[in-house]
Ligand binder design. Structure first.
Ligand code: BTN
Length: 288
């Protein structure tokens, strides 16, 4: 068992993501849908993609960065996005053009990331409800979907943003996430073109799950349930300043989390923030 507190930091330098390297690895139907643009270091790929979407770009536009100076996370938080150790990408979607339902964008993305990790890092990740991807008990990927409503009340466009920690940063993660963040590789030397491989695998899997005619929402639900390890765990449900201990009972077919609070009350959570209580955290991190 590797000690998650003492990662071996490799000296490998990852190549920055490249359009040619990503497009060459996309599955054929996904290559027709996506238009990939690599942009180096930017403030936030979601900000750029939202601007392009508002200006009318087609669905399938993908912005891929090597680092972000103002990466954004859920709940108004920052997303740590150092250059050269992670992959930061955003996809413009126009949900009326695609086949699956808008509410499944983030869940389909979480499943696509899990499948991409399995094929590029040969480790089994887990989803912590609602959409954090973990290896062991450390978060390796965050997903932020932002939408713009149309006048008719639907979605004019959505921007799907995905940030993945590929390798451990040389100086380690900042203090506020040092105990919770992880990366796909922490011991073995990863291939230098890992950013291209992971980006292509994420995009190809997401296209199959969400975009292409063969996409089937029930498959997203089935796969999400197979990766989500939250049911059965003792959790804390966080809502503003309130913290309520609960047991996660299971997921329904809308992927709501059924919880039983310690006072016996039960609730189906559609969204929100939870933490896994320490006794139920995995101690073994099998990332490379
Ligand atoms: C979270 O876990 O809070 C979500 C993090 C989402 C980060 C990604 S990185 C690419 C895209 N650009 C951003 O500014 N945020 C998302």
């Amino acid at each position: 068992m590797k000690n998650p507190e003492k990662p071996v930091i490799s000296d490998t330098t990852l190549h920055p993501p490249s359009e040619a390297g990503i497009v060459a690895r996309l599955c054929a139907p996904a290559a027709e849908f996506y238009s990939v643009e690599c942009v180096g270091v930017v403030d936030s790929t979601n900000t750029i993609a939202k601007r392009m979407a508002a200006e009318g770009c087609a669905a399938g536009k993908v912005i891929v960065a090597d680092g972000q100076t103002a990466g954004r996370g859920r709940l108004g938080r920052a997303f740590h996005s150092p250059r050269g150790t992670g992959l930061y990408l955003s996809v413009v979607l126009r949900p009326q053009d695609e086949l699956a339902k808008p509410e499944f964008i983030t869940t389909a993305a979480a499943v696509a990331v899990c499948r991409a990790i399995e094929s590029t890092a040969a480790t089994r990740p887990a989803i912590k409800w609602v959409n954090d991807v973990l290896i062991g008990d450390r978060k390796v990927c965050g997903i932020l979907t932002e939408g713009s409503a149309s006048r008719a009340g639907g979605l004019d466009f959505a921007v799907l943003g995905i940030g993945i920690n590929l390798v451990w940063p040389k100086g380690g993660f900042p203090a506020d996430i040092a105990g919770t963040a992880g990366a796909l590789f922490k011991g073995e030397v990863p291939p230098a073109d890992l950013p291209d491989r992971v980006a292509a695998a994420v995009l190809s899997n997401f296209a199959k799950l969400y975009v292409l005619p063969s996409a089937d929402p029930s498959e997203i639900v089935r796969l999400y349930k197979s990766y989500c390890t939250t049911p059965g765990k003792h959790i804390t449900v966080i809502c503003g300043s309130s913290r309520r201990p609960a047991l996660a009972l299971g997921l329904d077919d809308s992927l709501h989390l059924l919880v039983r609070y310690d006072d016996g009350e039960e609730e189906a959570l559609a969204f929100g923030e939870i933490s896994i209580r320490p006794d139920d955290k995995q101690t073994d991190t099998e990332s490379k």
